[in-house]
Design a protein around this ligand. Structure first.
Ligand code: MLC
Ligand code: AMP
Length: 515
């Protein structure tokens, strides 16, 4: 049987291909809003055209197709086209700046790059220099060369045969040291996880998903989109998140997925109440810790208990609070139980498995766990135990009933509004600025983003540094969500007897900055 993920998603489409699969809920930036309706047949035919274009280009097998565009339904269709053509989808956050893009393109060596028309000038230059043969454009408003070039191709296409362990996508995730690593996900990783979630979360006929997340990360691209596609469920499609408009569409929907910031922002709207959510059956949160106060406030305001789950780019979804009451209670502050087929264990520093109730490093195993980091066999080996479990870098505890609670991270990572920021990367960029001797980057509590990035910078002797100009220099060099919300220029960093920077003291000192 063809194990191509698209074949399985396609099998989930309803018999009536003229039914609406996606309805847009906002307009491309600066344009008047008129809803666009895409039927299931549209998704199939439009992805066939792009798949036929990719085949016409006679790309080497398993070519990487790198995509950095604004969110649109056509972007989703492009993803489906890459799957069905058997190539490898490589989504890039649209906040990434030139140096970041240069690294990803140099590392992944994509045969095709698709970018926004407004970025064609600089991205095509980078891509052609790195050996990419084809650069297409795709605008939020369906403009650009990709659709133009695909238009003459047939809207029928035979899905390329793929095995479960063939690559489907590469998702770059930053590391605690050095550069980003490309997590290689197979058709089998993605399909097994989507099927488990379809059952575990009780997807059913008549479900409608509000899709308000970006589609360049696991949460929006895989968890949300696959859920709806595999179940043949309609999506109400926001190209950017707007809390008031999202609440207004809940009367027509049943499922919503978001990072905690999306919930915090909706709680700030007076229109959020029980009546607005009366048709909804499931609110899912993940990608970052959901504060128990948000969990509680949501329950009080809407009458719904948010289901929190836990996952990673390398593993897709790992654990989930129960959907069905028979499987247990949804508890705030916990991430629930290992999903069916997923192994989760907690081990101490010596590698001994912790007794239930004791804290240790979370390790996981299962058909969802990725195939390794792209062209980094050493890194891949380091992140797996000798008996084949993946070390998540998260620290947690499993209770007697099997329920998992995350209590921290052994990796130096900040999660801001659901995006990961690695302090080592930001420190590296700051340290390269003239006049900087050293720096330390930490995350501190933030009411909107959960955590906010803060930098403490030390000047070289005789140099004068200005916090605002450090921020504006950073904005030109790294994605905006990585840029520190505040920079402090100090005379020294706190260090312990071994000379190691005491980041805990910096976090304590700036704890109340955004309170
Ligand atoms: C935007 N900004 C952020 C930010 N997002 N700052 C810190 N953290 C963030 N996440 C900043 C911008 O730099 C800008 O600053 C200002 O906020 C406004 O920008 P914006 O683009 O208008 O922001 P907005 O559209 O409001 O975006 C906020 C958001 C977005 C929460 C909607 O960040 C978002 O969609 N987050 C979801 C991320 C996600 O999907 N994560 C899943 C990863 S998968 P300035 O200074 O320029 O004005 C994963 C695995 C798993 O983790 O388990 O799911
Ligand atoms: P990413 O590399 O972007 O896939 O981020 C994965 C990381 O997000 C995990 O290793 C966790 O640290 C974090 N994460 C995901 N879901 C949750 C959650 N529900 N609670 C706490 N942390 C989470």
């Amino acid at each position: 049987m063809n194990q191509n993920l698209y074949a399985a998603l396609r099998a989930g489409f309803p018999a009536d291909l003229d039914a609406v699969a996606v309805e847009t809920a906002d307009a491309p930036a600066g344009q008047p809003f008129a809803p666009l309706l895409y039927t299931w047949g549209d998704l199939d035919r439009a992805s066939a055209r792009i798949a036929n274009l990719l085949e016409f280009l006679e790309l080497p097998a398993q070519s990487r197709i790198a995509v950095q565009v604004d969110k649109s339904v056509e972007n989703l269709i492009l993803y489906l086209a890459v799957l069905r053509s058997g190539h490898v989808y490589l989504p890039l956050n649209n906040a990434y700046q030139a140096a970041e893009i240069e690294y990803f393109i140099g590392n992944a060596e994509p045969a095709v790059v698709v970018c926004s028309p407004k970025n064609f000038g600089w991205i095509s230059k980078v891509a052609f220099l790195k050996g990419t043969q084809h650069v297409f454009t795709l605008g939020e408003d369906r403009s650009g060369t990709l659709l133009e070039r695909a238009a003459p191709h047939s809207d029928e296409h035979t899905v390329a045969p793929r095995a479960a362990d063939d690559l489907a996508a590469i998702l770059y995730t930053s590391g605690t040291t050095g550069r980003s690593k490309g997590a290689m996900l197979t058709h089998g990783n993605l399909l097994s996880n989507a099927q488990v979630l379809q059952r575990y979360w009780g997807w059913k006929a008549g479900d409608v998903l509000i899709h308000a997340l970006p589609i360049f990360h696991v949460h929006g691209l895989f968890v949300a989109s696959h859920g709806a596609l595999l179940n043949g469920s309609k999506m109400i499609w926001f190209s950017r998140y707007e809390p008031k408009a999202t609440i207004a569409r809940m009367a027509e929907a049943t499922v919503f997925m978001g990072v905690p910031t999306l919930y915090v922002r909706m709680l700030g709207e007076s229109s959020l109440n029980r009546a607005a959510c009366s048709k909804m059956r499931l609110f899912i949160s993940g990608s970052a810790p959901l504060l128990t106060e948000t969990f509680q406030a949501w329950k009080e305001r809407t009458g719904h208990t948010i289901l929190e789950r836990y996952g990673m780019s390398e593993t897709v979804m790992l654990t989930s609070n129960p959907y069905h009451p028979k499987d247990g209670e949804r508890k705030g502050g916990t991430v629930g139980f290992a999903l069916p087929g997923v192994g989760v264990r907690v081990r101490d520093d010596q590698g001994a498995e912790c007794p239930r109730g004791e804290i240790g490093g979370i390790e996981v195993k299962g058909p969802n766990v990725f195939a390794g980091y792209w062209r980094m066999p050493e890194k891949t080996r380091e992140e797996f135990t000798s008996d084949g479990w993946f070390k998540t870098g998260d620290v947690g505890v499993i209770d007697k009933t099997g329920r998992v609670t995350i209590v921290g991270r052994s990796k130096d990572l900040i999660i801001s509004g659901g995006y990961n920021v690695y302090p080592a990367e930001i420190e590296g960029v700051i340290n390269d600025m003239s006049g900087v001797a050293e720096s330390a980057v930490v995350g501190v509590p933030h009411p909107d983003f959960g955590e906010a990035v803060v930098a403490v910078v030390i000047a070289q002797p005789g140099a004068t540094l200005n916090a605002d100009s450090i921020i504006s220099t950073l904005k030109a060099r790294i994605a905006n969500f990585k840029v520190p919300k505040r920079v402090f220029v100090q005379s020294e960093l706190p260090r312990n007897a071994m000379g190691k920077v005491q980041k805990n003291l910096l976090r304590e000192a700036h704890q109340g900055l955004f309170a």
